[in-house]
Design a protein around this ligand. Structure first.
Ligand SMILES: C[S@@+](CC[C@H](N)C(=O)[O-])C[C@H]1O[C@@H](n2cnc3c(N)ncnc32)[C@H](O)[C@@H]1O
Length: 314
């Protein structure tokens, strides 16, 4: 029933337990993406009376409290198109379109549209920095688990524009992160991040890079490709060491098939005077909502099994 530029608005409570219904996730299953999240004020609708709608008190109002209008639109066509493309799509076409403008506007104003108070009580005091986000689904999962993510910084090498055009879940994930007070930064190169004034001068308890991958270099010989991937890991670790707090740890997730085992992550730990605390089998299901993305355009997920988390500390 929705016209191509049409919107679906759902007015919904934003307090527990309603905010955990996952309205945006359900919408995604119906090819709808969240493009707005506004305060809902009943006084904006003169004459409207909210009713319980069922039971013996069906004609009585229910307490509204903190409510939001969730605004959804059909998934941008570019995202659907790119999803069907092969993972070798290095430079996806970027089509400026209205929904992108709208999405960018929403992200710019997201911080004022979200509640503070309900998350504060759940704040865990851990400073977390995660780099190299595909569609930011991993950071979003962490932020939801922490409740409040004001101690977390999530960065991507990609620009915000690139993410919105390439990953259908980027917008709802970024909105969720902002709502939970996570600092999100784009165009951040993890190999030179210490030169950046914000994350570069901070100390973190956990620094995470999931499935680092320097890119698809199909024209290069295998050894040259390996050198690029290893270079990314090594330079990331070199930077991360400087950003570790006293009891900080660096966590890198990597596949353990032959090609990736050849990266020898242990050696990089040794190079940067870190000890390998442990390696733990990685199970994506431990991180609800996390989608492992190829990166570099397209919206495809890669098979992350088998893989391990390598934990390094001083
Ligand atoms: C295989 S993807 C994994 C994406 C995401 N971490 C996930 O698990 O879905 C590799 C990611 O590494 C990122 N990357 C590559 N070089 C980088 C760099 N120099 N700094 C930060 N990120 C980088 C890419 O942008 C890409 O998103």
């Amino acid at each position: 029933m929705l016209s191509p530029d049409g919107e679906v608005h759902i007015n919904h409570k934003f307090t527990a337990p309603y905010h955990s219904w996952g309205v945006a996730d359900i919408a995604l299953e119906c090819q709808l993406v969240l493009v707005g999240l506004h305060d809902f004020k009943i006084e904006h609708y003169p004459g409207y009376k909210n009713k319980r709608g069922s039971g013996s008190r069906c004609d009585k109002p229910f307490p509204l409290g903190d409510c939001r209008t969730f605004i959804f639109k059909l998934r941008p066509v570019t995202a659907i198109f790119l999803k069907m493309e092969s993972r070798k799509l290095h430079a996806p076409p970027i089509h400026p379109d209205l929904s992108l403008d709208r999405a960018s506007e929403m992200l710019a104003s997201a911080e004022i549209a979200v509640p503070r108070r309900e998350f504060i009580g759940n704040c865990r005091r851990i400073k977390h920095y995660s780099s190299g986000r595909g569609d930011f689904s991993f950071s979003t999962c962490l932020a939801k688990a922490f409740g409040c993510a004001s101690n977390m910084i999530a960065t991507s090498l990609d620009s915000q524009r690139f993410l919105l055009l390439n990953y259908a879940s980027a917008l709802p994930n970024l909105m969720e992160l902002k709502a939970r007070k996570c600092k999100v930064m784009h165009d951040i190169d993890a190999t030179v991040i210490t030169s950046h004034s914000i994350p570069g001068e901070m100390k973190f308890d956990r620094i995470v890079f999931n499935f680092p991958f320097a890119g698809f270099f199909d024209d290069l010989p295998r050894d040259s490709q390996l050198i690029r991937h290893k270079g990314l890991v090594s330079k990331f670790m070199q930077n991360a060491v400087e950003m570790m707090g006293e009891n900080g740890e660096i966590h890198i997730r990597n596949k353990t098939t032959d090609y990736f085992e050849e990266w020898n992550l242990e050696v990089f730990g040794w190079l940067h005077r870190l000890r390998l605390v442990e390696t733990v089998d990685f199970d994506r299901l431990d991180y609800p909502g996390y989608d492992t993305k190829y990166g570099f355009g397209g919206d495809g997920n890669f098979n992350c099994y088998p893989s391990k988390t390598y934990k390094f500390a001083r």
